[in-house]
Design a protein around this ligand. Structure first.
Ligand code: S3P
Length: 172
């Protein structure tokens, strides 16, 4: 069981489209905590969609805002927070997460994720203009970084409801 979750944020990490937002929302509701989706906060800050931010302002501006919002939301406690798949790759963000939160890694196999990929491409600029091999490479490079976490959950054969149930039981 996780000891000190009562004093900490809960942060969901994992690759694009794995269900961090959906699971985070359900867990927040179950624990009666506020839910924050960092991607959504970034879109509000720029007042445009993520593909438009990447196209018009560039990825660097997106990442800068991501770090700023992580500092803002993750240093206090008792929220449930979902972050974009790339955020945890940044060392400062990783440290904020590991120090101030229970970090939950939603894991998925390459094979299961590959089946979802086509439905994600339009809204995920990181996946655009890349070959399958490049995306597979990105998947495994990121997986190596997600290895730093407090709790890992296999999301291959579980619904978001089942995952959320499991998380709240583990934390209690
Ligand atoms: C990104 C993941 C996206 C979003 C942006 C960049 C990434 O979030 O932050 O498109 O670099 O992996 P999801 O993980 O919610 O898709």
């Amino acid at each position: 069981k996780m000891e000190s979750y009562n004093e900490k944020n809960i942060i969901f990490i994992g690759f694009m489209g794995v269900g961090k937002t959906t699971v985070g929302q359900i867990v927040a509701e179950k624990l009666s905590r506020p839910f924050i989706d960092i991607d959504n906060e970034i879109e509000k800050a720029f007042n445009k969609s993520i593909p438009d931010i990447f196209a018009e302002d560039g990825e660097a501006a997106f990442r800068e805002k991501e770090r700023e919002l992580m500092r803002q939301h993750c240093l206090d406690r008792l929220k449930v927070i979902s972050i974009g798949g790339g955020a945890f790759q940044n060392e400062e963000i990783r440290k904020i997460c590991m120090d101030h939160a229970i970090v939950i890694f939603l894991d998925i196999s390459w094979e299961s994720w590959r089946e979802r990929m086509d439905s994600l491409v339009d809204t995920r600029p990181v996946l655009q203009n890349s070959t399958d091999d490049e995306i597979k490479d990105l998947f495994y490079r990121r997986k190596a970084v997600y290895a730093e976490h407090h709790l890992r959950i296999d999301s291959d054969e579980q619904s978001s409801e089942e995952i959320a149930d499991y998380v709240t039981k583990e934390l209690k």
